[in-house]
Design a protein around this ligand. Structure first.
Ligand SMILES: *Cc1c(COP(=O)(O)O)cnc(C)c1O
Length: 719
């Protein structure tokens, strides 16, 4: 039974470890450790300061921790007991013959899914993600591993990762590239059947010969993800940068990357001897994999229509954005250059080929979402509301079909709870939930005992998480200061005045305009009164990156940086630089309230609010995306704001008013209503409700099981 995908040999990592603890190397090269606290504790225990200095990345950590320390650990009975336990669990996971999938979906246990995504957010040590889309893909893979679903992921190895963010003295975002060292990545080079490092080729406009790609592998529990890499000898210099940076560069660059992902990805799987039975394209970036699969069938003797029907039956496509600019569209001229030699192999002429990407709003452009909807037979959006919008947006692809019955369903996103619930809260759950609760994490009954967690215990755990966040922000500010070129007003912005005792609101997301990060500054006097209340002070921490080409987003960040320095706001506004998964984990567990105020209905789902709620951090958010499904209208698990039926500035003002009003009359009073021991009893009950109601319903477990039942099962059955 194919529980894990076919074994693939990889180049052995070079780590010099004492024999008794040599398998620390195996652990380091499988990101399984990142969602298993005992495994993290094992590394951390060797040298906690160095562990942090290495960004909690065990690969450079093991190289730097030093042979003497490892020799010492190799004879330390306590370390060895923990080591044996962790490796026992690791091996049990890798070798399990029985999993959720073998028990509940035996059909899928014998099939392999290929999951294509332009980004995967797995851990901050592997910066091949920019935001929510990637983190969702990463959570999907971790959950697939937990369930025992045979999956292989496909993406690119961006050697320069996504841009790191620094603000200059004027508050303007600087986009800093950071090469991660080849030796520090938890990835290994994939080998072909002949034992040589694998190379695959894709046609590329502007090159006399095909572009050659190396293939790397990162292990995520039981799931391998294969990463295409153009940065190899033999490719011309300009072509080596194709896979350099996630979303860096122009449309041409993007098109090349998507050819590498889609066409290169299918060819890499073939060269590895992996034969997926069904396929999932995460967003339109992966659309070219569909064309390559059609081409394969046509080369095998099918007509285009037969080939397309087979591809359709076995393909799932997920669309993630209701924002028109979020969909890739390429010009016919670009398509001619890159695909002029390709469409003949599909059995199509130019007109029929270009028609595959047609969509009225894209004029004569080639729209990858339209292509994906036409060639994937199982299609979904990522929340109920987003489903309605998506059906409406794309209904012309089904002429004569009314939007309500357009064949695009929705599966609401979820988050991988073992990744996103802080150890502070997880230890409370271990104490109160029934043994084996992780196996039933999507069952609401599992979470009933959360109601019995004593308020004071929750409060203590949460206060620790809040202190962890404040310590982290202080340390980051100190490091920036120590590196030089950081002026004192920037130190102020970085959050050194944040106070564990004062209510802390968190707002962190990409600085896309529709997310309205600066909405809270609509009425400065009113905000100042809320923040500076003598008895009930409030503070806000912001984080998030703007796309390098988005000056509008950068201006919003600059406005926040300026507000943070404005004495009228009392030193109670901070901006934490360089939002990544590490900072996200600290924020979603360490703030008291999670604020989200997008302009509805542009938030397809949103996931950071789910992470916050799972940590007992209630949401104060516009009812859009997931929150319209997650919020309890009696405000018992957070606060929901109906979008105002207005537009533009009027809408912004009305919704800002609603947020101020809720802060003044509900959030702040509840937070500061304390018992004799200083515990906000009613607040803690609401926080518990956030955990109890949101964790099961918005877990990645619920999400992946829903994909399995509703989309994967039929797609795999058609193979
Ligand atoms: C969860 C997460 C996101 C997505 O959050 P949204 O609520 O969808 O904005 C983005 N970036 C990082 C680093 C995350 O961890």
């Amino acid at each position: 039974m194919a529980i894990s995908p076919p074994p693939v040999s990889t180049m052995a990592p070079q780590l010099d470890l004492p024999a008794r603890v040599a398998r620390l190397g195996d652990l380091a090269y499988n990101l399984w450790w990142s969602w298993h606290e005992p495994a993290r504790a094992l590394f951390r225990g060797l040298n906690p300061i160095l562990w942090e200095a290495c960004d909690q990345n065990p690969v450079p950590f093991l190289r730097r921790v030093g042979r003497p320390r490892l020799e010492e650990a190799a004879v330390d009975p306590a370390f060895l007991a923990a080591y044996d336990d962790v490796l026992g669990a690791f091996d049990a996971m890798l070798n399990a013959r029985e999993t959720w999938v073998t028990r509940h979906e035996p059909l899928l246990a014998a099939k392999t899914l290929a999951y294509f995504s332009a980004e995967f957010g797995l851990h901050r040590a592997l910066p091949i993600y920019s935001g929510g889309l990637g983190v969702l893909a990463g959570d999907h893979m971790k959950e697939a591993s937990d369930l025992g679903l045979p999956v292989v992921g496909v993406s690119l190895l961006y050697r320069q990762g996504y841009l790191r963010q620094r603000l200059d003295a004027s508050g303007w975002q600087q986009d800093v590239t950071s090469d991660f060292g080849h030796d520090d990545e938890p990835v290994t080079r994939a080998q072909g059947p002949d034992g040589e490092p694998l190379l695959v080729e894709v046609p590329m406009d502007g090159l006399p010969a095909p572009l050659r790609l190396a293939v790397w592998q990162v292990m995520v529990g039981r799931v391998p993800i294969y990463l295409m890499d153009a940065d190899i000898d033999g490719n011309p210099d300009w072509a080596r940068t194709i896979s350099g940076r996630l979303y860096g560069g122009d449309k041409e660059h993007r098109l090349r990357q998507e050819i590498v992902l889609g066409i290169g990805g299918v060819r890499a799987l073939r060269a590895l001897g992996i034969a997926p039975d069904y396929w999932h394209a995460n967003e339109g970036h992966a659309a070219f994999h569909l064309l390559e699969r059609v081409r394969e069938h046509v080369a095998g003797g099918s007509t285009f229509d037969q080939a397309a029907a087979r591809v359709r039956a076995t393909t799932i496509f997920t669309s993630h954005t209701p924002v028109p600019a979020g969909h890739d569209v390429f010009s016919p001229e670009q398509m001619d250059r890159y695909f002029g030699g390709f469409w003949g192999g599909l059995g199509l002429d130019r007109g029929a080929f270009l028609a595959l990407g047609q969509h009225a709003e894209s004029h004569d452009g080639f729209n990858l979402t339209a292509l994906s909807l036409r060639l994937a037979g199982h299609r979904n959006a990522v929340s109920e509301r987003h489903g309605e919008i998506t059906r409406d947006m794309w209904h012309e692809i089904w002429p004569g079909v009314s939007p309500a019955v357009v064949p695009i369903t929705s599966i609401t996103n979820g988050v991988h709870l073992s990744t996103w619930t802080s150890p502070r809260i997880t230890s409370l759950l271990d104490e109160h939930l029934a043994a084996g609760w992780r196996e039933r994490i999507d069952d609401t009954l599992t979470w009933e005992p959360v109601r019995q967690i004593p308020e004071v215990d929750f409060w203590k755990a949460h206060q620790r998480a809040k202190q962890d966040l404040i310590d982290l922000l202080d340390e980051r500010a100190r490091q920036r200061w120590a590196a030089g070129g950081f002026d004192p007003s920037q130190v102020v912005t970085a959050g050194p005045f944040l106070d564990r005792k004062a209510l802390l609101v968190g707002f962190a997301r990409r600085f896309a305009t529709y997310k309205r990060a600066t909405l809270l500054f609509t009425d400065i006097d009113r905000l100042a009164a809320i923040l500076n209340h003598p008895e009930y002070p409030v503070q806000i921490v912001f984080a998030g990156k703007a796309h390098p080409a988005d000056d509008g987003g950068k201006r919003m960040i600059q406005e926040i940086a300026h507000r943070a320095r404005d004495p009228r706001l009392g030193g109670r506004v901070a901006f934490a630089e360089d939002y990544d998964m590490g900072l996200a984990g600290a924020l979603v567990s360490g703030v008291d309230v999670w604020l989200n105020n997008p302009r509805a209905p542009l938030e397809a789902s949103g996931t950071s609010g789910m992470k916050a709620a799972a940590n007992g951090v209630p949401n104060l958010s516009i009812l859009d995306g997931w929150w319209s499904e997650g919020w309890h209208p009696d405000n018992s698990n957070g606060w929901g704001i109906e979008p105002a039926p207005l537009s533009g500035e009027e809408q912004d003002r009305a919704e800002a008013d609603a947020i101020y009003h809720l802060l003044e009359t509900a959030v702040v009073p509840l937070y500061y209503a304390r018992d004799a021991d200083g515990v906000p009893q009613a607040w803690c009950r609401l926080a518990r409700e956030a955990i109890r109601t949101v964790s099961p319903a918005f877990s990645a477990r619920r999400m992946v099981v829903e994909y399995i039942h509703r989309l994967y099962h039929p797609a795999a059955g058609a193979s």
